[in-house]
Write a protein that binds this ligand. Structure first.
Ligand code: NAD
Length: 337
């Protein structure tokens, strides 16, 4: 008889301490997972959105996924986005990740996942900037939106030894912009709060969009230039017309051309996908070469397989260190007879 599996709970506090020095490992896990996704060694169905008629801007998303390879795992991230939370200084996103044993399907762990979601997003953006822009040096980094995701992306730029001449931050909320500017101040001699969106973006070598904008508000094509690397993390800031002359790279094309993202609007505008260059996995495999005579836009929809792979990595480290809450009797008796 197979003995009942042990169920582990991994607290956010333990995850925070594992992540504090684990940036390079997370980038490696993300890179490897993109490669596996490109080789179809993953299973990443559509996300499922729970919405509320009395809270139109809130949602909870289910991201089921499976990663094969040496130690396969399946599971689901369940992530809530409540943009109004930030009025009370409460983070917008909260999440849990359930991991399942690949052989039996039994759930084996529950992890606090808002940090996992933030670091996989940041690692993917910083990896894309490196691979698409060709190196870890930049002129001006423009950051649009000064929340948790922008802060985590800056943290990953810093941990990956990026050097920028200057950093400019823009947010509708000047107080948040000033806080992120202070956070960035050790990364470049010249850190400022951009007085306008246009001034912040124009001429920047790298642009991060990490806002909660629901519809595009960047319409001027003159704000983008050839070779500029745009990390389109929040996905709905750029007018679709701006994507058409750009070199557009995705984490997964089918996933990203959905849910009224700017690339989805570009597909609706043109009736086709001619503006799609390919995926980051294609670039990592050497099958796609970034065209630096165009603005380069990376649009990551955010794949559940990344959450799973980073979660599995953290769970393994936590079990090795004896840092999980073990629940030995979560499944009391698993024998069928
Ligand atoms: N693509 C992915 O994989 C992925 C993963 C995680 C989060 N995200 C997205 O990243 C975004 C940021 O998340 P967060 O947790 O940092 O949110 P947050 O609420 O902490 O911060 C968002 C900030 O954007 C600012 N903002 C909103 N609209 C703006 C505008 N038009 N111009 C300038 N600033 C504006 C807000 O004032 C706020 O400070 C969200 O849209 C989230 O959905 C994407």
């Amino acid at each position: 008889m197979t003995s009942p599996p042990i169920f582990h709970i991994l607290s956010g506090q333990v995850i925070a301490s594992l992540l504090a020095t684990g940036h390079d490992d997370v980038v490696t896990v993300v890179r490897d997972t993109y490669r596996m996704h490109g080789r179809h060694e993953t299973n990443n169905p559509d996300s499922y959105f729970l919405r509320f008629d009395d809270r139109p801007n809130a949602r909870i998303i289910a991201l089921p996924a499976a990663v094969k390879g040496d130690s396969p795992v399946s599971g689901i991230k369940w992530i809530a986005s409540y943009p109004d939370n930030i009025r009370a200084n409460l983070q917008r996103a909260s999440a849990t990740l359930l991991l399942n044993d690949y052989e039996t399907g039994y759930p084996v762990a529950c992890l606090e996942a808002s940090q996992i979601s933030a670091v996989r997003t940041a690692a993917s953006a910083v990896l894309a900037a490196d691979v698409l822009g060709g190196g870890r040096r930049g002129g001006r980094l423009a950051v649009i939106g000064a929340g948790v995701i922008a802060r985590t992306i800056l943290d990953y730029f810093r941990a990956q030894d990026w050097a920028f001449d200057s950093i400019a931050v823009h947010d509708l909320n000047g107080v948040d912009a000033a806080k992120l500017r202070r956070f960035a101040s050790s990364m470049a001699d010249d850190c400022s709060v951009g007085t306008s969106l246009e001034e912040t973006i124009k001429g920047a070598s790298h642009v991060v969009f990490a806002t909660t904008a629901a519809t595009p508000y960047v319409h001027d094509p003159a704000l983008l230039h050839a070779g500029q690397v745009i990390l389109n993390v929040s996905l709905r800031d750029l007018a679709p017309e701006l994507l058409l002359p750009a070199f557009n790279v995705f984490d997964d094309v089918d996933h990203c051309l959905k849910a009224a993202t700017s690339p989805h609007l570009a597909e609706q505008l043109t009736g086709g996908r001619e503006f799609v260059a390919g995926t980051l996995a294609d670039v990592l495999a050497g099958e796609l070469v970034p065209d630096r005579d165009k603005p380069i836009v990376f649009s990551p929809f955010g794949l559940g397989v990344l959450d799973l792979a980073v979660g599995r990595h953290l769970l393994r480290r936590a079990i090795e260190g004896g840092h999980t809450h073990r629940i030995d009797d979560f499944f009391p008796d698993t024998a069928r007879w």
